[in-house]
Design a protein around this ligand. Structure first.
Ligand code: FES
Length: 166
């Protein structure tokens, strides 16, 4: 029995092997790109450091700006700027979301006419210091809170949670 391989058969095996290798070299990065976000860990409840020292907080809310590094949105990764209103109530550090519960504008603390309240300039939304919406103004719910942790004297913020103070 002869094991001779014809020139034609050898050539077709060689071409199939080379073609297969080239196809897999092109397809593997595409497959990895397509499923990478699925394989990546969710990491949603990570605590993010802020530049705010706990020792500098008082009962008056201060605006704390911080950056969430490498935020993953599908296949797109970027740094995201975020803001919280942070203050102390006794020993407890409270961080409120600045996102108005009416249509999502950014609320500010106080102003000439709104002492001891958060105020939304878009449609004159008003909130008490604990985030409770003031009846008669457009927002229908309280401001959300952030999860808070103090690490090495600095305020770390986590995910947004429903207001626990109202
Ligand atoms: S968006 Fe804040 S009151 Fe309308």
């Amino acid at each position: 029995m002869s094991n001779k391989v014809s020139r034609r058969t050898f050539l077709s095996y060689t071409l199939m092997g080379t073609g297969g290798f080239m196809a897999s070299a092109m397809l593997m990065p595409m497959i990895r790109f397509a499923i990478d976000p699925v394989l990546a860990s969710a990491g949603g409840s990570d605590m993010i450091p802020t530049p705010q020292k706990e020792a500098d907080l008082s009962e008056v809310p201060v605006r704390v700006d911080y950056t969430i590094k490498d935020r993953q949105d599908g296949w797109y990764t970027s740094d995201e700027s975020n803001t919280a209103w942070v203050y102390k109530e006794g020993d407890k550090v409270i961080a409120l979301s600045p996102v108005c519960k009416h249509l999502g504008c950014t609320v500010n603390w106080e102003g000439d006419e709104h002492k001891n309240e958060f105020f939304c300039p878009c449609h004159a939304g008003r909130y008490k210091k604990n985030g409770a919406n003031i009846p008669g103004s457009p927002p229908l719910g309280p401001l959300d809170e952030f999860e808070v942790e103090i690490i090495d004297g600095f305020v770390y913020l986590g995910g947004v949670i429903p207001n626990t103070l109202v």
